[in-house]
Design a protein around this ligand. Structure first.
Ligand code: ADP
Ligand code: ADP
Length: 220
């Protein structure tokens, strides 16, 4: 069951309410856009789904189970939370080889995902010179390593150039069309409206609209 189910999440940081009853599901076969202004609770929701942060109330399930109860969680969910830290003196490919090794995967899989993100050659250079867009591509490659049925990408378009933005739209659509559940956040509706089949629009820690894009266009 390749779905994410977020049920009534509430979370406060001191006086700040980050999540205020966040509730939605992500189903396979299309890209679900998770759209809302900065600070509306998108990253917090993703961290709670991944068990990196605890909610005060509510729960989040992936494939029907809490993330932390999954055996081999990386085989279920691939996530990009931020363009993560790389050792500047080593190559991006070395970084992925290390991640792959820790998951029992080999160099062939690394080169396959580097191909998917268009970094076959570039990822052999030292990471110290990488642009943000390149680090985003590497982060996406890392999320795809174990070929998981569920993907959760937080602001993956950040730092990509116009060509990269066109590329990532096609990649996300094809990953979803292959039957994956794909949740992609952005603070800009315009980044996702041509890519997402479904939109979960959030503000102040809760869902303000949850609709298929076709229905949205028909209603406009
Ligand atoms: P990101 O990788 O998106 O920057 P962070 O968890 O670092 O994610 O921060 C997300 C948001 O939470 C940001 O708006 C940041 O300012 C805020 N934030 C993070 N840590 C704190 C903190 N300790 N106190 C107040 N706000 C914080
Ligand atoms: P988004 O991803 O939509 O930009 P976030 O989930 O990062 O929103 O943040 C939601 C709210 O929670 C914001 O007000 C943010 O500042 C706050 N917040 C997030 N992480 C922390 C943290 N670690 N400590 C304190 N406040 C935080």
């Amino acid at each position: 069951e390749a779905t994410i189910a977020v049920n009534g999440l509430r979370k406060r940081y001191g006086r700040t309410t980050a999540l205020d009853g966040m509730t939605f599901t992500v189903t396979p076969g299309h890209v679900t856009g998770f759209v809302g202004p900065n600070g509306s609770g998108k990253s917090t929701t993703m961290r709670v789904v991944l068990g990196l942060d605890a909610a005060d109330e509510g729960d989040a399930l992936v494939g029907g189970r809490p993330y932390r109860s999954l055996r081999e969680p990386l085989r279920h969910v691939g996530a990009l939370l931020d363009a993560g830290a790389l050792q500047p003196g080593r190559s991006g490919r070395d970084h992925l080889l290390w991640l792959a090794h820790s998951q029992g995967l080999g160099a062939r899989r690394v080169d396959r995902v580097l191909g998917l993100v268009g970094l076959e050659t570039a990822a052999r250079r030292r990471a110290g010179g990488y642009s943000l867009g390149m680090r985003q591509r590497l982060g996406i490659a890392a999320a795809l390593l174990a070929d998981p049925p569920i993907l959760m990408l937080d602001e993956p378009v950040n730092g990509l150039d116009p060509e990269g933005i066109v590329w990532i739209r096609g990649l996300l659509r094809s990953l979803a069309a292959e039957g994956r559940a794909v949740l992609v956040s952005s603070h800009l509706m315009s980044e996702l409206q041509d890519t997402a089949g479904h939109l979960v629009v959030v503000g102040r820690g809760r869902v303000v609209a949850d609709t298929g894009v076709a229905e949205l266009i028909a209603a406009a």
